[in-house]
Write a protein that binds this ligand. Sequence first.
Ligand code: DGY
Length: 320
Amino acid sequence: EVYNPSGKYRVISTKSMPGTRWINLLIEQDCRVEICTQKKTILSVEDIIALIGNKCDGVIGQLTEDWGETLFSALSRAGGTAFSNMAVGYNNVDVNAATKYGVAVGNTPGVLTETTAELAASLSLAAARRIVEADEFMRAGLYDGWLPHLFVGNLLKGQTVGVIGAGRIGSAYARMMFLKANGEQPVTWKRASSMEEVLREADVISLHPILDKTTYHLVNKESLSKMKKEAILINCSRGPVVDEVALVEHLKENPMFRVGLDVFEDEPYMKPGLADMKNAIVVPHIASASKWTREGMATLAALNVLGKIKGYPVWSDPNR
Ligand code: DGY
């Protein structure tokens, strides 16, 4: 799909993105916009090299793509100087390689903060009240009358919520959980001095760190064993922050422990056994999936690329 074919600057988006504002912004600034129409969900490095071709000024890419040496050198050979991930996370981008090849990198913080925090809060409540299990039960035609023990879950009022990675999203999540019940009887938000304290004391733990070497498998067999037996763990950050094999074991051994997962170690796959666990809610990496946010992410990504091409500041540079 090509917009403004005679535009001076060739900008590629590896995926179709919501809204038209991002396309119009690029067109207004003399860009030819090419949107990849490949049906495949995840593009390989080879697919993207073919897209870049011999002349490309900038690329808007996705978190499912491996932006390392190979792609940045291909982009630079094609005269490209700008790349933006359409995501706040950029663990799929080798920023050093980009710098080596003279390519500026952008990401899309801010516009997804509240949307992502809302999903984390939704998963927390859904896990506490076993909403997904109860929904499956109804649809299976198993409900034959009210019972005192039916789907008894946890009351969050008065419980302790722990946030690991209290940056923009983690803090917004904490604020939302704190304001539950109109702030009437807030849940306690622990800004604990140590992760140990969060693991030990929190009834709900939500993970919001970035993924890097220091946070890989931050939640593992050992940390899981320190959590309360009836704790709820939420992950809307990146899958590898949690050792998913250890998590499946923990869920099997502790039926009252619950998780809400938006991200997985080897997306799009789940580790064996996870899909069978009644005490797990799993959704397909949709934390930022509100219309307003996704359009905002696309717009920011376009502004990042435009900034570099036209010599304005890159809107959002993760190095800043
Ligand atoms: C991100 O932006 O990093 C999310 O994972 C997708 O919105």
